[in-house]
Design a protein around this ligand. Structure first.
Ligand SMILES: *Cc1c(COP(=O)(O)O)cnc(C)c1O
Length: 395
């Protein structure tokens, strides 16, 4: 059989190469940091989710070593058999407190937190109302629930209201949204979403992966940014982005919700306990960030500086409020070729084109980090200006 299957795969892979959707993985020969090594050369890194700059620090390295020394390498068990250590309980408490919710439960990844959420609570009597640009993990998670699915136009409150009206007969309705969207860095209007949820008696689920440690007065995330921590029912998040960068994740919410998840969520019950290194380090990271707001302050200083300087150079930068900064180019080919030209200049950024973003909305996505120095930001802007002129994007 394999011969025929192999041919099929080869054909499709060739197709991907032809239409530009084939993904080549760049091999990094250094730690994750403001500067990384690819091949023999160093590049300023503007495409990681290392927003607070913690991933490359001695702090997380030491913390994970300490955790492994004290708690061993791993548990070889799910949580409810013999896989819950003191640090798991401490981490869950710390996370809940950090995001302003009653309780939290850990998962191996935010993908698994999402997959373990909808199918646990929602049945064929319910409806899930999801933003059209939600992360792939939400889309797949929603598919696993047997509920009716409704998709509303991206951040369109009028359309969301229509969908809420159309599902009045359902037992439960839940609105699902990313806190921050990865392609534009735009922020879901959680205040308005919660108002609609109240008006129509719906629940609210937020995936805050890009916002953990970044958004909100104290880094607590998008609900904190809007002051709606009490009105969001389910909050999923990750330790794999700003909060250390290795992996691991959580769902936070009201205590009955978390208690129910511990008893019924399949990706929690039937998957290993979070490993000791990630558990111990995530706990240290949260404690550390409470006392060290300077990482978030530097992140915002860098973000604002980068956005300001790029606009001054004449680039089109949407007015979103997140370190994710799309440089809008429109033309598909230009986005990809310009990113390649910037790479030659020592700046590592990614060009996104259709089908990852809508047709005509190709862009280079820049992700600013607290790890960047002011000089890094200025260097990146200068290189963008140089390449932008070559490509006729700016004058
Ligand atoms: C990155 C991301 C995830 C996946 O997080 P992992 O912990 O790496 O699985 C889920 N949701 C959103 C919105 C993300 O941006």
């Amino acid at each position: 059989m394999y011969g025929k299957f192999k041919e099929m795969l080869a054909e499709e892979l060739a197709q991907m190469r032809e239409n530009g959707t084939y993904k080549t993985e760049r091999v990094i020969r250094s730690k994750q940091d403001r500067e990384i090594k690819v091949g023999g050369k160093k590049y300023l890194n503007f495409c990681s989710n290392n927003y607070l700059g913690l991933a490359g620090t001695k702090f997380v390295e030491k913390s994970s070593e300490k955790a492994v020394k004290k708690w061993g390498y791993g548990l070889a068990s799910v949580r409810f058999i013999c896989g819950t250590q003191t640090i798991h309980k401490e981490l869950e408490k710390a996370v809940a407190d950090y995001v302003g919710m009653e309780d939290a439960i850990t998962y191996s990844s935010c993908f698994m937190a999402n997959v373990g959420l909808f199918q646990t609570f929602f049945t064929d009597q319910d409806a899930i109302i999801s933003d059209e640009l939600n992360h792939a993990s939400i889309i797949d998670a929603v598919r696993l629930a047997k509920s009716e699915r409704h998709v509303f136009k991206h951040m369109d409150m009028a359309d969301l209201e229509e969908k809420l009206k159309a599902t009045k007969e359902k037992r439960l309705r839940v609105i699902a949204t990313d806190g921050v969207y990865s392609m534009d860095g735009d922020i879901a209007p959680l205040d308005k979403i919660c108002d609609l949820a109240d008006k129509y008696d719906a629940l609210v689920m937020v995936d805050d992966a890009h916002a953990n440690g970044v958004m909100g007065k104290k880094g607590g995330g998008t609900p904190q940014h809007f002051g709606v921590e009490n009105r969001v029912d389910f909050l999923t998040g990750t330790f794999g982005k700003a909060l250390g960068g290795a992996g691991g994740a959580f769902t936070a919410g009201k205590k009955e919700i978390v208690e129910y998840l511990r008893n019924r969520s399949r990706t929690y019950l039937f998957s290993n306990a979070l490993d000791t290194a990630v558990t111990g380090t995530s706990l240290d990271v949260i404690k550390y960030l409470k006392k060290h707001p300077e990482h978030r302050e530097k992140l915002w200083e860098n973000t604002n500086l980068f956005r300001k300087l790029m606009k001054e150079k004449g680039f089109r930068v949407p007015d979103a409020q997140h370190p994710i900064t799309p440089i809008m180019l429109g033309d598909e080919k230009k986005a990809v070729e310009m990113a390649a030209a910037l790479f030659k200049e020592g700046i590592y950024v990614i060009g996104f084109a259709f089908p990852v973003v809508p047709k005509g909305k190709a862009r280079i996505r820049v992700q600013v980090s607290a790890a960047h120095t002011t000089k890094d930001i200025k260097t990146a802007v200068e290189k963008f200006a140089k390449v932008g002129k070559q490509f006729g994007v700016i004058n």
